[in-house]
Design a protein around this ligand. Sequence first.
Ligand code: SF4
Ligand code: SF4
Ligand code: SF4
Length: 334
Amino acid sequence: MTTKAMAVPTRQIAFVVDLNKCIGCQTCTVACKRLWTGHPGQAFMYWRNVETAPGQGYPRNWTAKGGGYKDGELQKGKRPGGADYGVPFDFDYEGRLFQGKADRARPSPAPHSAPNWDEEQGAGEYPNNHYFFLPRMCNHCSQPACLESCPNDAIYRRVQDGINVINLDKCKGTGSCVEACPYGKSFLNMADLKGNKCIGCYPRIEKGVASACVAQCAGRAMHVGFLDDMNSSVHKLVNVFKVALPLYPEFGTKPNVFYIPPAFGPMVEDAQGNPTNQAKIPLAYLEQLFGREVGSALALLRSERSRKMSGMPSDVMDTMIGARSADMMISPLT
Ligand code: SF4
Ligand code: SF4
Ligand code: SF4
């Protein structure tokens, strides 16, 4: 049961990531790093990352680290080790490309984890192998395990937008938030050993400007807005069409980052190389990520796409496409 009193925001910002449009280019990752993490410890600071799914993720095997809530009780998860984050290393281009060496790093042995370590590896056997890209950031949860676990009351929910922020003046580096966040999205900056995570670009949000990762998204795969803004694409995708779903809802933190599941990928090929009617990305895997509701979301996405392709109108597709960038982003605050 939640024991710590926390502010109840008057509004809630939310992000939607369309996994059908993300091309894994990492432009969002770089935008975030360039804007916010130019200080000591930058090499370790991935407020945002884009990983390949299925895959080990970042930090490595974060889905099994624990934390969050179970039956309403806060869970103390594991703190990822340094090897799970990976340590910066020089890539051995000469050895790898021209001398047939297997290790990526110089000197060897190579590390076995880093952001984006298993890019595009995925799962399954050719020709029915599959993967997609999964952008990740702090979920600015409505039930933030990080906040509740902090013994120094250093994490707070912003009343005006529901963005969860760490007050570095109060943080004493105990790392409780790192253990409690089931998404591995709060971590200790190795330079000052203070808690660190995405700030939701709140200085931009306050001005009615979209977060940097959304604004710079090369695939135009992201939306940001307030859930109570009936005209916002996030409200429509999450609350009306119900095609955008939280990641691992059973973690119990009530995330405010939502994902439109990959619905339009290729079909499994039979022995003759002909496409069947079964998607290469297994439904069971998507249910593992997004819960049982993913089945109805996929069905709606596919039927709406067929409508659009046959020339009929589709509010769902029009909202996802976002013909004008401005329609995918926050309205100016008034
Ligand atoms: Fe806290 Fe983790 Fe939720 Fe972010 S994703 S608000 S760090 S529990
Ligand atoms: Fe980084 Fe801002 Fe995106 Fe958070 S919202 S991941 S701080 S760019
Ligand atoms: Fe995906 Fe957009 Fe990030 Fe590129 S910038 S990796 S398309 S979310």
